[in-house]
Ligand binder design. Structure first.
Ligand SMILES: NC(=O)c1ccc[n+]([C@@H]2O[C@H](COP(=O)([O-])OP(=O)(O)OC[C@H]3O[C@@H](n4cnc5c(N)ncnc54)[C@H](O)[C@@H]3O)[C@@H](O)[C@H]2O)c1
Length: 359
């Protein structure tokens, strides 16, 4: 078991911004990348938090990740946009895509955006949160263009990425619904976190390099590679397939059929934004959604559980806790971040001091 450091948010933010400066990023990019990674840690998704920096560093040093790149609008039909992320930080090109799409959806009532060639878009819920903050519904289908790590149902080797789906829905007078998950039974980063912590996965989550069931996360982390499985048996497999077709073939003009062998991780994302006010004037949608969620939450708690939670609630709860208790980072992940900082010509001792709250 690895040790766990607990860093307070302002100190960890200063330390991580110091690492991100090593990419040669503009001050705005440093802020967007740092805040997006920390927001993932705050919501409890450590798999998509600051522990991504070593991977981003490898990708950058190989020339796969292009700092200071911005979206280019290739197709513009008003409410239908085709965008190229030019291998820029997903934290930047994802942000720019959402700003553009939100503006169009406010004008037209809806907007469909196909973003291709974005470097890792990280926690997709962050993009849905931008839309619901503007009272829009957001639906995202995402493909992951990297080494395949997920097996198809009844298959015995990896043919997909972890292809996430995310749906954000604003609800009148209540926090939004943010449904956001990988179509693999766990996100790949969670296998990396388990491996770094020396923990086993649950049965049914992973197969080894021979296609046999195992609980060792190493088969999702390094060679010889096995594969994660999709959640929900054939149903998750169907969703993973649809993400590849919509986020990959449609938005990115590429699928995992011919994948790169580099450390780069590209996402393709098809996003559908809907203004519910324009489809449901008078807020019938808002009132009915609120009433339905109240009714669902009134279901008596099953023994041994905390009762019904609505998607997005666990993340808000974890965020509130971590803002007080600090953000846990296991010592293996922290060591890898300091090593990455060194490769980016940043001073690891300064980063260590910053993270501990000392200048
Ligand atoms: N950019 C990429 O390439 C990529 C790839 C895969 C995953 N991801 C991201 O990884 C993150 C983690 O994915 P995951 O599959 O591990 O998520 P997960 O299995 O933790 O599921 C998260 C979802 O389930 C909801 N949830 C959790 N517990 C619940 C409960 N008790 N009751 C009701 N709802 C509950 C959460 O609110 C959230 O919507 C996501 O943010 C996803 O976007 C990104």
């Amino acid at each position: 078991m690895a040790d766990i450091h607990h860093f307070q948010l302002p100190a960890l933010r200063a330390a991580i911004a110091e690492v991100v400066k090593g990419f040669g990023s503009s001050p705005t990019e440093v802020d967007l990348v740092t805040d997006n990674l920390l927001a993932a840690n705050l919501t409890g998704h450590d798999s998509h938090g600051v522990g991504m920096l070593p991977r981003y560093t490898e990708s950058f040093l190989e020339g796969g990740l292009k700092p200071n790149a911005h979206i280019e609008t290739r197709i513009d039909h008003g409410a239908l946009l085709g965008l190229d992320g030019h291998s820029g930080f997903g934290q930047v090109v994802g942000h720019e895509t959402m700003l553009l799409g939100i503006e169009r959806a406010k004008t037209h009532g809806s907007c469909i955006m196909a973003l291709g060639n974005a470097h890792h878009l990280c926690r997709i819920g962050a993009w849905a949160e931008m839309a619901v903050a503007q009272d829009l519904i957001a639906i995202h289908f995402v493909s992951v263009l990297s080494r395949p790590v997920v097996s198809p149902w009844d298959g015995s080797d990896a043919r997909f990425g972890t292809n996430p789906i995310c749906i954000g829905i604003p609800v009148s007078g209540q926090p939004p619904v943010i449904l956001d998950f990988a179509t693999s039974v766990i996100a790949q980063g969670k296998a990396r976190v388990a491996h770094n912590k020396g923990e086993a996965l649950k049965p049914g989550q992973i197969i080894d390099d021979k296609g046999q069931p195992t609980t060792d996360p190493v088969f999702a982390v390094k060679a010889p590679m096995g594969a994660l499985r999709t959640f929900g048996e054939h149903k998750g497999f169907g969703l993973a397939l649809v993400c590849e077709l919509l986020g990959g073939a449609l938005a990115n003009a590429m699928t995992l059929r011919e994948y790169p062998t580099s450390r780069r991780v590209l996402n393709g994302m098809l996003t559908i934004l809907i203004d519910p006010q324009k489809l449901s004037p008078g807020d019938h949608f808002g009132q009915e959604s609120m009433a339905f969620i109240d009714w669902v939450k009134a279901s008596p708690a099953m023994a041994g559980t905390e009762g019904v939670k609505i998607a997005g609630e666990p993340e808000r709860q974890t965020r509130a806790e971590r803002l007080v208790d600090g953000i846990p980072v296991d010592s293996n992940t922290w060591r890898d971040i300091l090593l990455a900082a060194e490769k980016l010509d940043r001073d690891p001792q300064l980063i260590q001091r910053l993270a501990q709250g000392n200048q």
